[in-house]
Design a protein around this ligand. Structure first.
Ligand SMILES: Nc1ncnc2c1ncn2[C@@H]1O[C@H](COP(=O)(O)OP(=O)(O)OP(=O)(O)O)[C@@H](O)[C@H]1O
Length: 257
């Protein structure tokens, strides 16, 4: 099966520093892959490189084809992006922000169609942001804003969704909503790649990529105990993964535990 996304010896330098150091990986289509690792490991940089947002050496392939050969519009149709701490114009109306996710579907200077409006409505309802559609982003809390940006990413309806820390600022019930939305996306065949610090949530994915110091040190199934061992090791054994009621929970390892 052709990988949805693949990297071959991917390297990224930022400010003269080697942030990604020769990454080879394959993201299978229709699967949910989580990227985890300590602060500064290179997770966001990897996601940006997969989205084609960073200069790099080595290759990023989309369905076997160099990502750089796709036009900007084609790339936006195939890959939808939810960035970390995005600076978004705060005086834009929520409805218009989410409509931005439909831009790749509209012709040059074309106006939104009925289908665009329907997709925006569905995305706003899925993230429970519909009631704020007439408000500006500046009138929302951090978590509410995050749900609007998630709606924008979902409105694009791309076959691959890349999300960097999508749970930032979300309260626990809305984190669970996000989990359900990802399960729905996966059921529709969408490939999801997300960077998460919430390891218990990350282990709901199909596969986990464990990063440290600009490298992928482990890529395996979330249910695989070797993946858990790699995660515990990369965090210096300061956390422990336990099974509870058919899920994985993460507990801190303090000096007394
Ligand atoms: N523009 C830049 N110039 C120099 N170094 C940079 C630049 N951007 C990021 N870095 C460095 O690259 C490394 C990887 O950053 P990245 O944001 O990818 O890490 P991360 O794993 O996503 O971290 P976090 O969990 O803290 O969000 C860090 O050490 C960071 O300081």
């Amino acid at each position: 099966m052709t990988a949805a996304l693949q990297t071959v010896q991917l390297q990224v330098q930022l400010g003269g520093y080697s942030v990604l150091r020769g990454i080879d990986l394959q993201i299978q289509p229709g699967r949910w892959t989580c990227v985890v690792g300590p602060n500064g490991a290179g997770k966001s940089t990897l996601l940006k490189a997969l989205a084609g947002l960073l200069p790099h050496s080595g290759q990023v392939l989309w369905q076997g084809q160099p990502l750089g050969t796709l036009s900007g519009r084609e790339r936006a149709l195939q890959l939808s992006w939810l960035g970390q701490g995005e600076s978004t114009t705060l005086d834009l109306r929520v409805w218009d922000v989410v409509m931005l996710g439909r831009l790749p579907h509209q012709g040059w200077l074309g106006s939104p169609t009925e289908r665009d409006a329907k997709m925006v409505e569905a995305a706003l309802k899925a993230t429970q942001a519909w009631v704020w559609r007439e408000r500006t982003l500046g009138e929302l809390s951090g978590g509410e804003r995050q749900r609007v940006l998630l709606a924008r990413a979902m409105a694009g309806n791309a076959p691959v969704m890349l999300m960097d820390e999508p749970l930032a600022n979300l309260d626990p019930p809305h984190q669970v909503d996000w989990l359900e939305q990802v399960h729905c996306l996966r059921a529709q065949g969408t490939t999801v790649v997300s960077v998460l610090h919430e390891i218990g949530m990350a282990l709901h994915a199909d596969e986990v990529l464990v990063m440290d110091q600009g490298q992928v040190i482990h890529h395996g199934a979330c249910s695989d105990l070797a993946s858990h061992a790699a995660i515990e090791a990369v965090f210096g054994h300061r956390i422990r993964i336990h099974a509870l009621n058919g899920q994985w929970v993460v507990l801190p390892c303090t000096a007394g535990s």
